[in-house]
Design a protein around this ligand. Structure first.
Ligand SMILES: [Zn+2]
Length: 136
């Protein structure tokens, strides 16, 4: 995945000319260093914003992995039931899957579907999102 570049212009205006500042804003921030982007508050807020965006991207990717895993799981279930019953996959429904599961032990039932919580998040995000506040 390519690195996402922060390319925002400073949102400040010159008090003398009233023209917008043309400098780049600090990464994660709205203003350049000359317009307050270098202050501790601005840096802290920019860091928080960047971390939040990174966490959102990681969660979105994890949900995407979970979704793909679930689709593959469902397709395999239907294929297994269709093969066992000797019918077309289009004719496999909930009842066929339950019947095959009851008789042969496969395919798995709905409650064995991949869970979103099984999808691994990168360490830092997992620690933040998996903490006590999130679990409550
Ligand atoms: Zn500026």
């Amino acid at each position: 995945m390519p690195r996402i570049r922060w390319a925002e212009r400073c949102s400040a205006r010159s008090t003398a000319t009233l023209r917008p500042c043309t400098a780049w804003a600090i990464r994660g921030g709205a203003v350049c260093v000359a317009h307050g982007g270098g202050s501790p508050q601005a840096r802290r807020e920019a860091g928080r914003r960047l971390a939040e965006q990174a966490a959102q991207r990681m969660v979105a990717r994890a949900l995407d992995r979970w979704h793909r895993r679930t689709v593959v799981w469902q397709v395999r279930r239907v294929a297994v039931a269709a093969e066992m019953l000797g019918i077309a996959p289009e004719r496999v429904g909930w009842a066929e899957i339950v019947w095959c599961h009851t008789v042969y032990g496969v395919p798995p039932l709905d409650d064995e579907a991949p869970r979103a919580s099984d999808v691994r998040l990168p360490g830092r995000t997992a620690r933040v999102l998996g903490g006590p506040a999130w679990r409550a």
